[in-house]
Design a protein around this ligand. Structure first.
Ligand code: PMT
Length: 401
């Protein structure tokens, strides 16, 4: 039995036949030492009476946004602050849709918006509803916003259909909850991460850049923080909100990124170069805005220093992980970069067709190291980041032991 001693779990229950399974989940959570509070949506109460969960959790069940008893108990903000994890199980298609849209017209939806703690959902619905593009879009969006999506499982459904849509079994959900509280795989590890594009100025208003959105790099930072790494993010210009637990060094040009990395790297254990650094810069940046004066115009470009190569060449160097963005011959070019830049690992992504790599919310990776290879199948960037950080943590631990 997993130990969840002193962990505070807020369990949200929405309207679905799987609501009866959540009674067993409450029982398992209590048995493993967790403190449990239950919140039910109005439709959940059509399936199971609040009294069932009250008896199992030993506490009143919360059902109303405007609760006359709130003074003597907890209001919705307090409840959101109280928990270590908020799990919605079962999470109906309707609830997931409203959650994606940011609705707050019942207590549970309000808690999902108000919670700063990890939020997980265990979808449960008819297989056709799960296959519907709206549901899939909602789930993908929630996942890209760091909501943990657990399940659904495949199998026979209450309506007689067979397919994906069953809520995960209570034992599996308990296991996932326990995973959230295990010590981080990168506890005490200092991670330096370059992310986003660089901008190479042509004149005061124009620049050369690329399509990197920073999504992959920021997802890596989030995933590493969840594994308890101390993260320093050297970020090119992106329009993303950086994880508050990371140290952010904002830069613009490749030279600024190089300087920032070199300033930080001496104290770092792990370096991941996810940034799309401009290989060249304009030789002479114009002091004033260039005027349209001729039919053609040439810019003289000169190479930028390679940040990753410079880091891996240091005598006291961190464990170095590079990225390779390639439009073809992924393995060949990735292996060449692994060798040439003397890296410990390289994550190669195919770019250029819009389905993965630059800008999109999805990616897929082929990860190589000197004597090994691992494929990470196409998924949302947060999911890819989680798997890559797991892989890096494993290789890093091997290398340091
Ligand atoms: O930001 P997103 O929109 O989410 O997209 C993510 C991504 C596609 C940008 C990312 O996954 C990725 O592939 N990043 C590396 C892109 C790249 O520039 O690859 P490269 O093959 O040109 O460079 C190889 C490696 O050397 C990279 O680790 C790069 O960070 C590093 N490099 C390159 C040039 C340079 N001057 N300094 C470097 O450190």
């Amino acid at each position: 039995m997993q130990s969840l001693s002193n962990k505070k779990i807020l369990l949200g229950i929405t309207g679905g036949i799987a609501a009866y399974k959540s009674a067993e989940l409450v029982r398992l959570l209590i048995k493993s030492g967790a403190e449990v509070r239950v919140v039910m949506t109005p439709s959940a109460q059509e399936f199971v009476q609040p009294l069932t969960y009250q008896a199992l959790s030993g506490h009143r069940v919360y059902t109303d946004l405007f609760d006359g008893e709130a003074d003597s108990a907890m209001d919705h903000i307090e409840l959101a602050r109280w928990c270590d994890l908020l799990l919605v199980a079962p999470a109906s298609a309707d609830f997931l849709g409203k959650m994606t849209a940011g609705y707050a017209d019942n207590l549970l939806l309000t808690l999902c918006l108000a919670s700063k703690q990890p939020v997980a959902v265990a979808p449960a619905m008819n297989q056709q509803m799960f296959a519907n593009a709206s549901t899939r879009d909602n789930i993908n969006q929630l996942s890209s916003r760091q909501v943990l999506v657990w399940g659904p499982a495949d199998g026979e459904q209450a309506c007689g259909d067979i397919g994906p849509g069953r809520m995960l079994e209570p034992e599996q959900l308990l296991n996932n909850i326990a995973q959230q509280f295990r010590p981080g795989k990168l506890t005490g590890v200092k991670l330096l991460l370059t992310v986003g594009p660089t901008r190479e100025a042509i004149d005061p208003v124009r620049y050369i850049s690329n399509r990197s959105s920073g999504k992959m790099g920021y997802a890596l930072a989030e995933a590493a923080l969840r594994e308890a790494a101390e993260v320093t993010l050297v970020s090119g210009p992106v329009s993303l909100i950086p994880p508050s637990a990371a140290r952010l060094v904002a830069v613009e040009s490749a030279q600024q990124m190089y300087d920032a990395v070199m300033q930080q790297v001496g104290t770092q254990d792990l370096f991941i170069a996810c940034a799309a650094v401009s290989d060249y810069r304009v030789d002479q940046t114009a002091q004033h805005k260039l005027k349209k004066s001729a039919d053609t115009m040439s810019l003289q470009l000169v190479p930028n220093a390679d940040i990753l190569t410079a880091v891996s060449a240091l005598e006291e160097r961190p464990f170095c992980v590079g990225f390779a963005a390639e439009t073809r011959d992924l393995e060949k070019y990735a292996m060449q970069k692994l060798e040439k830049k003397k890296l410990d690992m390289i994550a190669a992504n195919k770019v250029g067709d819009g389905s993965s790599g630059f800008e999109t919310d999805f990616n897929q990776l082929e990860v190589f190291w000197r004597d090994g290879h691992h494929s990470i199948e196409r998924a949302s960037k947060p999911e890819i980041a989680k798997q890559l950080i797991d892989l890096i943590a494993g290789r890093y631990t091997c290398a340091r032991s």
